[in-house]
Design a protein around this ligand. Structure first.
Ligand code: GLN
Length: 471
């Protein structure tokens, strides 16, 4: 599809046209919700089995890497996925527009997953590289498009992002179940054998399913393109504007003001703390996935479920808690905590989550521990995530100068990138036969997070000053 076609605005793409309803929100939220749902399905599905595939032996169909090497690759990979958001955001701001960038990104991601259907080191690395490049084009820009659905000051913006975040998490919930089953489910392996296929190749069925998810996302996106009206079309340059077209609020590109710089400063402080948050949070696909696989008893009512299934708990909790959190924020109205306070709460919750891992780690000395420890950890972690992640997305779209929203979203995801690398580094300290080492790993993470919570609380008045009226 040409740029002109994807950017083409249907007649009368006015603010009123955009305001038709999707759950009380602009109708463009619908396609963005479903496209991102499927993109995240592909991402989290692949990631749910990634470290297990790397650390499985060749006889099990895996790559036979040790924990250090696999954790390090996990860190590099998840870092790259979010790092590319920066050039991805810039390309959209200056060249393609967010709308076309999302399409190109989705196509590249799907190619990446399908590359991993083949078992070789070359296809393994190539697949991950393609997913990283594609995600960089898609993720910041689809988030920026959500922000563009709302005019400045529209009170529905935060709740719009919560709904969008729910879409993300529906994808993230379904993916480990589907992909985890294909990769590690005993009955699926039995089915492959009965069909005369190699059950050790089950991993690649998982990677393929992730690719199918992304294709569904692209279908939804293209199918509904007229609902997006002009949202995310290429921003016109000043000379083009002066030539013949009337300016609207999305196409004018004024220079950055002093207030813009202050707000960028506020984003920067959030950025630093957010790195620590994701460094802990992203253990989920790394050391905690190994913890679940090797040290947790995954038997429920006599049925032993695949360890990656536990990765679905986080999104499940997000989906359960989103309506509650939305109601709390709505009830509190003006008494609602400011974004820096919400961020501080986010850090506190995730710090408490890791405190829970200290006794869990100690108990591994006596054999496999109950999976309820991880249920508790993921629940507290999600309480933190709800205060930080959707609020962060929304705050970035509120605080960024309009011409830089793709780029600033890239900065937001840069924190995820650095945090994910940190997560991979920390995960390298995971061992399955030394409970004291695990206590040090998870206790250390808890201590770092609680310290950061105190620091952020102390910085809150400064951040509020920088944010001005937007806080
Ligand atoms: N879970 C969210 C998502 O997948 C946040 C990820 C992140 O920013 N690290 O979009």
């Amino acid at each position: 599809m040409s740029e002109a076609a994807i950017n083409a605005a249907p007649p009368l793409a006015t603010a009123a046209g955009r305001d038709s309803i999707f759950a009380g929100h602009p109708k463009g939220l619908g396609p963005l919700f479903f496209t991102e749902l499927w993109e995240r399905f592909s991402y989290y599905g692949m990631r749910a089995i990634l470290i297990l595939y790397m650390t499985s032996t060749a006889a099990q169909g895996g790559l036979g890497f040790d924990v250090k090497q696999a954790s390090s690759i996990y860190g590099w990979y998840t870092m790259s996925v979010y790092l590319t958001a920066l050039p991805g955001g810039l390309i959209a701001d200056y060249i393609t527009g967010t709308r076309l960038a999302v399409l190109i990104g989705g196509i590249i991601i799907a190619c990446g997953h399908f590359t991993m259907v083949f078992h070789s080191l070359t296809t393994f690395y190539l697949g991950m590289a393609l997913i990283a490049i594609g995600t960089g084009m898609l993720k910041p820009n689809i988030s920026a498009m959500v922000g563009k659905l709302y005019k400045p000051g529209d009170p529905r913006r935060d709740s719009g992002f919560s709904i969008f975040y729910m879409g993300i998490n529906i994808g993230a919930l379904l993916a480990p179940l589907a992909v985890g089953y294909l990769a590690k489910g005993e009955s699926f392996k039995g089915f492959l054998s009965s069909m005369g296929m190699d059950p050790a190749k089950s991993w690649h069925w998982g990677f393929g399913a992730a690719g199918v998810g992304m294709i569904l996302g692209l279908v939804v996106y293209l199918w509904n393109r007229e609902k997006l009206a002009t949202v995310g079309s290429k921003i016109k340059s000043r000379s083009q504007l002066q030539a013949n077209e009337p300016a609207d609020d999305e196409t004018v590109q004024p220079a950055l003001t002093r207030d813009d710089w202050k707000r960028i400063g506020a984003i920067f402080i959030f950025f630093v703390f957010t790195i620590l948050f994701w460094g802990a949070y992203e253990q989920k696909g790394a050391s905690l996935n190994l913890f679940a696989d090797r040290l947790v008893d995954t038997t429920l009512f006599g049925w032993k479920f695949p360890a990656p299934y536990l990765q679905s708990l986080t999104p499940l909790f997000v989906i359960m808690l989103t309506p509650i959190v939305t109601i709390i924020w709505l009830r509190l109205k003006e008494r609602q905590p400011s974004s820096p306070v919400k961020f501080t709460l986010g850090m506190l919750f995730i710090g408490l989550a890791y405190v829970l891992m200290i006794p869990a780690a100690m108990l591994t000395a006596q054999g496999r521990v109950s999976f309820w420890w991880l249920v508790g950890l993921y629940f507290l972690e999600v309480c933190g995530e709800m205060c930080l992640s959707p609020v962060g997305l929304s705050t970035v779209t509120k605080l960024s100068p309009p011409k830089l929203v793709g780029f600033m979203m890239g900065i937001w995801f840069l924190a995820s990138a650095v945090g994910s690398k940190l997560a991979g580094y920390l995960s390298g300290f995971f061992v399955s036969d030394n409970s004291w080492q695990l206590v040090k790993l998870y206790g250390g993470i808890a201590a770092g997070l609680l310290l950061a919570t105190v620091l952020l609380a102390l910085l809150t008045p400064t951040i509020k000053r920088l944010m001005g009226r937007v806080a």
